[in-house]
Ligand binder design. Structure first.
Ligand code: SF4
Length: 332
């Protein structure tokens, strides 16, 4: 049965929700291997280029209350996270962006907490776009207004990210009691309406069902400018209300990556190195991912703790894994 579904995938035939569910239910190692190989062949048919994205965390100050239960990013949420509050100066943002460009990484993600109506994102975009040739992804969740989205469009922001995390509203409300799913959906729609490429992804392992995951992936297709789907595995941050919630098993993350690749053959599938774990980057590339995020080069001037886990992927390590797999890292 799995073989039949994968054959359909390779031949670009329509796959039903039930069939996708069967792929997510795979529990034999040999079937998982076949699933991942199928995803890789689909990705490679389109391109073997792997994008690299570094990061600048603009601020960890965030007005969302109550805090998202898994948050280790905002001040005083986790002793493993940043813990102390910060708001990077324009000079610090500029220095970090220049270091990313000098390292040969083509893209930067500028992200931060809520409470600025997108001004933090607009300011970082202005700095990056007027001083470097970097592509930029902006991620301040739903902390954007129509005005700030339009300003980002005027500044030629390449991508704006607003992750729905999960489309299961009960799970969303439980883990993110200070936000609503609808607000995030409206932000995604606003980004799409402004003609900016949308990135919107899944945080897997929060308690959603397999059906929720498939429904979520299908739902994303409603956004006309969708160009990127981040797949993030839940990792508990110490001291947070979800500190004892189990981490998302690697196999579950690989299955959803591979299914995403089959459903969206040409989309950018992003895997943040902190959530997969830097040593597991190879597996994500072998499951159809084509963008590695939170890649940090040795010359990076700031302290950086990954969102979802404090450890980040080192640029040299990541590039050597990409080369080892016969893929091409996209560098400047
Ligand atoms: S996860 Fe993001 S939005 Fe939620 S409380 Fe933390 S910083 Fe704020």
């Amino acid at each position: 049965m799995i073989d039949e579904i994968l054959k359909k995938a390779v031949n670009n035939k329509k796959i039903s929700d039930d069939e996708f569910l069967q792929l997510l239910k795979i529990n034999k190692e040999e079937d998982l291997k076949k699933l991942c190989e199928t995803a890789v062949s689909i990705r490679n048919k389109h391109s073997k280029l792997i994008k690299l994205t570094s990061t600048v965390h603009i601020t960890n100050k965030c007005t969302i209350q109550p805090r998202c239960k898994y948050c280790g990013f905002a001040p005083k949420t986790s002793t493993e996270g940043y813990y102390e509050s910060f708001y990077k100066t324009d000079e610090e943002i500029l220095k970090a962006a220049i270091s990313i460009e000098e390292a040969g990484i083509p893209r930067v993600s500028c992200s931060g907490g809520y409470g600025y109506k997108g001004k933090q994102a607009v300011n970082a975009t202005e700095i990056v776009k007027s001083n470097t040739s970097l592509e930029i992804l902006v991620n301040v969740g739903g902390d954007l207004t129509e005005k700030s989205i339009n300003k980002l469009a005027d500044l030629n922001a390449d991508t704006v990210c607003c992750n729905l995390e999960t489309i299961n509203e009960d799970v969303f409300n439980f883990v993110k009691p200070g936000e609503t799913l609808n607000d995030r959906i409206e932000t995604c729609q606003g980004v799409s309406d402004a003609g900016i490429e949308l990135s919107s992804g899944l945080l897997v392992g929060l308690g959603e069902s397999l059906e929720d995951k498939i429904a979520h992936l299908r739902y994303l297709n409603n956004f006309e400018t969708l160009g990127e789907i981040p797949i993030m595995g839940f990792n508990p941050y110490k001291d947070t209300p979800m500190a004892n919630h189990p981490p998302s098993p690697l196999e579950e993350q690989l299955k959803i990556m591979a299914v995403t690749r089959i459903m969206y053959p040409e989309i950018r599938i992003t895997v943040p190195t902190p959530t997969i774990g830097p040593k597991n980057v190879e597996y994500s590339l072998n499951a159809g991912a084509n963008n590695l995020a939170t890649v940090i080069a040795d010359n990076y001037p700031l302290e950086v703790k990954g969102v979802g886990s404090p450890v980040c992927g080192n640029y040299d390590d990541v590039v050597s894994v990409i080369n080892k797999l016969g893929l091409t890292p996209q560098t400047i």
